[in-house]
Design a protein around this ligand. Structure first.
Ligand code: PEP
Ligand code: MN
Length: 459
């Protein structure tokens, strides 16, 4: 027994995560009111699929989840910034090498600009590898069909059969999510995130696009900073060559997220993603979703819309982070550009006044949705930017750290959001309106937002 203690710790470190028993209360959500319940035709089939998913290897590992929580703790302390972004709804059809690469590339390009603007490390979190279920405001769509609820539940195709929820889709979601994550890890490991390469893309954006030219001087400053690093001989530093990106999705299809939960070192980890958030429509304090995420060790987010009271925000913090662990909880304000300056300050005051530690993140997309004159669900770039600027203003006034942004974007040249330097107007929307759900920033609008935020951070 002389070597017992190292042997034990080695065994613990390498112990495979196991299926949880009920000590963690991971089934409690099933007894609670659940908003946005998917209308599964046959609950027994859902259970059978979940049993299968309980045995598969998870998408992410517990140590990575802990790592992200620690990175978000640094954000919480004001020494880093978080950039989260990706499709509103991923689809199986668009889960291609090209789409994944373009989205990731856009996120990385924004991150470089923000790193420079904020002079802070940027924690990168993609809406990817599982963002396959959607809350809906209406149960039926404009054509009178059951609403599309994300590829994990039913199909976007406009027929009654395609809209019928199919539990087998949970398995396809798992397969797609794991292959997406596999590809992203491999490409990031192979240098996709190399600082020089990402900055070269940004240089192209500045040189070739009308949107980019306005940012020439900031891009040149970044050039000079990179030249300086190179001249100092720091080119072989791993931090410049590789970067990590975490994956995230809304914790909505709880059957899926629970089935991918495993126990490691005495804690339950939801290993379908590093980061999970609860949406504006499902954040009821005594509802199923808040209960489920309260029981897992992941860093989690909650969307808070314009009707959130300071008391509710504080209750969410106490419910989800009773030990006040920094990095555990992110409050994602999505107030709309017209409301953020009025609604957010008392919330920030109440939460910080009670000594509660949260990451304050801004989602400038979901409070700014409108319908275009020709009937498209859209958002205007100016309002998106204005909400971010309002959020910065609120945090500057309260002396709190504006921890980061959460956006819907794609690396494809879509025409879904209005405005930006390309001046996309209502009549342009039909040209490339491809989203399965909400309108996303295209790469030019995304980069432009990053440059404008970087400028605002330096003021
Ligand atoms: C989303 O992030 O796609 C979403 C539905 O957001 P919210 O819950 O804030 O409306
Ligand atoms: Mn959305």
């Amino acid at each position: 027994m002389t070597h017992s203690s190292p042997a034990i710790s080695l065994a613990e470190a390498s112990a495979a995560p196991s299926a949880p028993d009920d000590d963690f209360g991971l089934d409690t959500w099933r007894r609670l009111p659940r908003a946005q319940q998917p209308p599964w035709p046959d609950p027994a089939e859902v259970d059978a699929v979940a049993d299968l998913l309980r045995e598969v290897p998870p998408i992410v590992a517990p140590n990575e989840v802990d790592d992200l929580r620690r990175q978000l703790a640094v954000v919480c302390e004001g020494r880093a910034f978080v950039l989260q972004g990706g499709d509103c709804a991923e689809t199986f059809a668009a889960n291609t090498e090209e789409h994944l690469q373009l989205n990731l590339r856009t996120l990385l390009q924004m991150a470089v600009v923000l790193t420079y603007g904020a002079s802070l490390p940027v924690v990168k979190v993609a809406r990817v590898a599982g963002q396959y279920s959607k809350p809906r405001s209406q149960d039926v769509d404009a054509a009178g069909l059951p609403a599309y609820r994300g590829d994990m539940i039913n199909s976007l195709e406009s027929t009654p059969e395609a809209r019928r929820p199919d539990p087998q889709r949970l398995i396809r979601a798992y397969a797609n999510a794991s292959s997406a994550m596999n590809m992203l890890r491999a490409y990031l490991g192979g240098g996709l995130g190399d600082l020089h390469r990402v900055h070269d893309w940004n240089r192209d954006f500045v040189r070739k696009s009308p949107a980019g030219q306005r940012y020439e001087s900031l891009a040149r400053e970044i050039d000079r900073a990179i030249d300086f690093i190179t001249a100092c001989g720091l080119t072989d530093v791993a931090a410049l060559q590789t970067t990590s990106v975490s994956c995230s999705h809304e914790a909505l299809a709880l059957e899926y997220d629970q089935a991918l939960t495993r126990v490691s070192n005495g804690r339950a980890y939801c290993l379908s993603a590093h980061f999970l958030w609860v949406g504006e429509r499902t954040r009821q304090l005594d509802g199923a979703h808040i209960d489920f995420v309260s029981r897992v060790a992941n860093p989690i987010g909650v969307k808070i819309g314009p009707d959130t009271t300071p008391e509710t925000a504080l209750d969410l913090c106490e419910r989800l982070n009773p030990e006040n662990i920094p990095g555990r909880l992110t409050l994602v304000s999505r107030m709309g550009s017209r409301r953020v300056r009025e609604v957010l300050p008392p919330i920030v005051e109440k939460v910080t006044g009670n000594g509660v530690k949260v990451v304050w993140q801004c989602d400038p997309m979901h409070g700014n949705t409108q319908e275009s004159s020709n009937g498209y669900k859209t958002r205007h770039f100016d309002q998106i930017l204005d909400e971010v600027l309002g959020y910065f203003q609120v945090h500057r006034d309260s002396g709190t750290h504006p921890g980061g942004i959460h956006v819907e974007l794609t690396g494809e040249d879509v025409t879904e959001c209005l405005g930006g330097a390309q001046a996309i107007q209502d009549l342009h929307l039909p040209q490339r309106y491809e989203t399965a759900c909400d309108p996303r920033l295209n790469p030019q609008q995304s980069l432009e937002l990053a440059f404008l935020v970087a400028e605002a951070l330096r003021r």
